[in-house]
Design a protein around this ligand. Structure first.
Ligand code: HEM
Length: 419
């Protein structure tokens, strides 16, 4: 297939109606073709890859580069300053491997298991606050009081970010990913940039026992990473470490509340069923609609469609996860699925660095909520929930809940182990 000349108006699937409930739209796109030439809301043309087999194959294919410099058309997406852009999700091997090695030790499954006690303690502290809010107001917002602060606390502690700076950083990231007005992206990027430069300067002046201080030492002691790479790594780890886990905790709780039979099963036997429930949530409730944009380094054929070098390719994770060719009855949420594989944490060299931590956080968060708040209910009808809807990310802005018949956070259940 020849690429459509730019003069032809491209379809723009990501309008408000599509984003409000994207899954029927993805189904139509998947049926109509493996790859579509479409325009993003900002007008930039991209190739959207819809089917699971293609997404899985191409997300790990080195012929697709993540380096924006490979964009032939001048990728418009986020315009980040060099000090935020030199991060793992914009770098191809070999530089990618050099940088990833510097941080991978901090996120091995063994190191992450060691964090288990801290994650459980943070979850219990936040559950206390949630219980207090519900006792005082009859309801509480799980996003603001639990799902957002939990991963932010864990990654903030690990990286050495002062507590008072964490929420403002998360708010700026939210505004950058789903702006409420056009100027908000540039404004947020500028703020995040300044904040990270100040943070690195502060840690350099007074090093601590944290990952950022270790990275600064690696920079200052040799030539293993540049100053831009250092700041960019801090940016990516802080952003990736707080953003997605937050949405899977809130979206995961909502999914369980809306499937009471499966909620009852998981609550009765969390040790056995929670890990499988987390994998199904990663597939079904995944906030990231797309993998990071990629650019062919040579002309390629994806799903039978010729894609020129330098064009922008979006591999649609959300569509892949609902592909009936891979998952029987794909729109059904089912914690007993035989096939628990998914692409929610990526695949190939850019596989999520924080995957063990993400799983630990989601498991612990949901385990704690189910144990501390049996009978928890939505405090508003499900169709009144407010979502952040963009073609990049689909996530709850708020999740108002109220206690069920049993008293919230009743004493005596607190010490139990959240898995
Ligand atoms: C549920 C939570 C999470 C989800 C769904 C998630 C998802 C992803 C995905 C899909 C990718 C690959 C992107 C691509 O190839 O296009 C990725 C990469 C990455 N994630 Fe996560 N992530 C999560 C949590 C975390 C956490 C807690 C960290 C903390 C360190 C983290 C750090 C990273 C980094 C640094 C990369 C880039 C890896 C590389 O390029 O080598 N993520 N993540």
């Amino acid at each position: 297939m020849t690429p459509i000349p730019p003069a032809v108006a491209l379809p723009q699937p990501f309008d408000a109606a599509f984003l409000a409930d994207p899954y029927p739209g993805y189904a139509r796109l998947r049926e109509a073709g493996a790859v579509h030439r479409i325009a993003l809301p900002d007008g930039s043309p991209v190739w959207l890859v819809t089917r699971e087999a293609d997404v899985r194959a191409w997300i790990a294919d080195p012929r697709l580069s993540v380096n924006k410099a490979r964009s032939g058309t001048g990728y418009r997406g986020f315009t980040l300053p060099p000090a935020l852009d030199a991060n793992l999700l914009n770098i191809d091997p070999e530089d990618h491997l050099r940088l990833r090695r510097l941080v991978s030790q901090a996120f091995t499954p063994r190191r992450v298991e060691e964090l288990g006690g801290r994650v459980r303690a943070a979850a219990d502290r936040l559950a206390d606050r949630l219980a207090a809010s519900m006792a005082a107001h009859g309801r509480a917002d799980v996003v603001a009081e639990f799902a957002l602060p939990l991963p932010l606390t864990v990654i903030g502690d690990l990286l050495g970010v002062p507590e008072a700076d964490r929420r403002p950083f998360a708010a700026r990231v939210g505004a950058m990913l789903a702006p409420e007005h056009p100027g908000q992206v540039a404004e947020s990027v500028e703020h995040i940039h300044g904040f990270l430069l100040d943070l690195v300067a502060a840690r350099r002046a007074v090093p601590g026992d944290d990952l950022l201080s270790a990275l600064i030492a690696a920079h200052d002691d040799g030539d293993r990473l540049s100053e831009d790479e250092l700041v960019s790594l801090a940016f990516l780890i802080l952003m990736a470490g707080s953003e997605n886990a937050q949405h899977l905790i809130s979206g995961g709780l909502l999914a369980l509340l809306r499937h009471p039979g499966q909620l009852a099963e998981v609550s009765a036997d969390p040790g056995r069923l929670l890990p499988a429930a987390v994998e199904e949530l990663l597939r079904w409730a995944h906030p990231n609609q797309m993998a990071i944009r990629r650019f062919p380094v040579e002309p390629v054929e994806i799903g039978g469609v010729s894609v020129p070098a330098g064009d922008t390719v979006l591999l649609c994770l959300a569509s892949a996860h609902r592909d009936p060719a891979r998952y029987p009855d794909p729109d059904r949420f089912d914690i007993h699925r035989a096939d628990t594989s998914h692409l929610a944490l990526g695949h190939g060299v850019h596989y999520c660095l924080g995957a063990p931590l993400a799983r630990l956080e989601i498991r612990t968060a949901l385990g704690t909520l189910l144990r501390r708040f049996p009978g928890l209910r939505l405090a508003v009808p499900a169709d009144e929930l407010r979502w952040r809807c963009s073609f990049r990310s689909r996530a709850l802005r708020e999740l108002p809940v109220m206690p069920g018949a049993a008293a919230p956070g009743r004493p005596g259940r607190r010490g139990g182990r959240a898995r």
